[in-house]
Design a protein. Structure first.
Length: 129
């Protein structure tokens, strides 16, 4: 094997964040979050404020994303499922939950004669209102 055959000895194309974002339609924050979570190839910092990615690593990432059996695809599906689950309404606490009103509104007079609105949870905890 000669030095010309070794892929590490060849000059490889590098992409800026703008180029990567043109290929992968996510926000800049999401790109760096995926990189931080090791779900995207790590970029190479060439200066304190400039990072580049190897083009072949980004292409390999895209190919792995398309393969439903790849570890990357499974990890991203799990990540999306966790985020979706956290947005779903939480189950009720039990049969007692249906009988306790969530909030009771109590009106009264304040020291200046103004009407006060006092909100209390069903367990009697006072909320500012």
């Amino acid at each position: 094997m000669t030095d010309g055959d070794n892929p590490k000895s060849k000059v490889r194309q590098m992409l800026t964040a703008e180029h990567v974002l043109a290929l992968i339609p996510v926000s800049r924050s999401t790109l760096f979050r995926l990189e931080r979570d090791r779900l995207f190839p790590l970029g190479q910092a060439i200066t304190p404020h400039r990072k580049l990615w190897f083009e072949h690593e980004v292409i390999a990432w895209q190919e792995a994303l398309l393969d439903p059996n790849s570890a990357l695809s499974q990890a991203l599906k799990l990540r999306v499922a966790k985020k979706t689950r956290s947005r779903l309404p939480q189950p009720k606490a039990g049969p007692l939950f249906d009988r306790i009103p969530l909030f009771d509104r109590i009106e009264g007079q304040g020291p200046s004669g103004n009407t006060l609105h006092d909100f209390r949870r069903g367990d009697g905890h006072r909320l500012k209102g």
